[in-house]
Design a protein around this ligand. Structure first.
Ligand SMILES: [Zn+2]
Length: 100
């Protein structure tokens, strides 16, 4: 019974942290594929956003559409809160076990 309550409390906390992500968001400059593009040939290039993350120990990155940057910032903040929540949960599990 006590375990079920803890599970429900955990699910409620985690559900509030949707969407969650882990990685870092950064703005870069990229060349486009249009031949003779004035922005590219001037050396200025086009601003773009990338999410950099690790998968199986390998660094990867994915393009983030500009209109999604706000959502990704929120998701990354939620991801950090989720990590804090996992740390707290691990400690709670130990304390709950000791009380049995
Ligand atoms: Zn261009």
């Amino acid at each position: 019974m006590e375990t079920q309550d803890a599970e429900v409390r955990w699910m409620r906390k985690v559900a509030k942290l949707y969407p969650a992500a882990k990685g870092s968001l950064r703005e870069v400059r990229k060349n486009c594929s249009h031949p003779g593009c004035k922005v590219c040939s001037s050396g200025e290039r086009h601003p773009a956003w990338l999410l950099t993350y690790y998968l199986d120990g390998k660094q990867c990155s994915k393009h983030v559409p500009k209109k999604m940057v706000g959502v990704m910032k929120k998701a990354l903040a939620n991801g950090r809160k989720l990590e804090d929540l996992m740390v707290a949960s691990g400690l709670e599990v130990i304390d709950a076990y000791k009380k049995r």
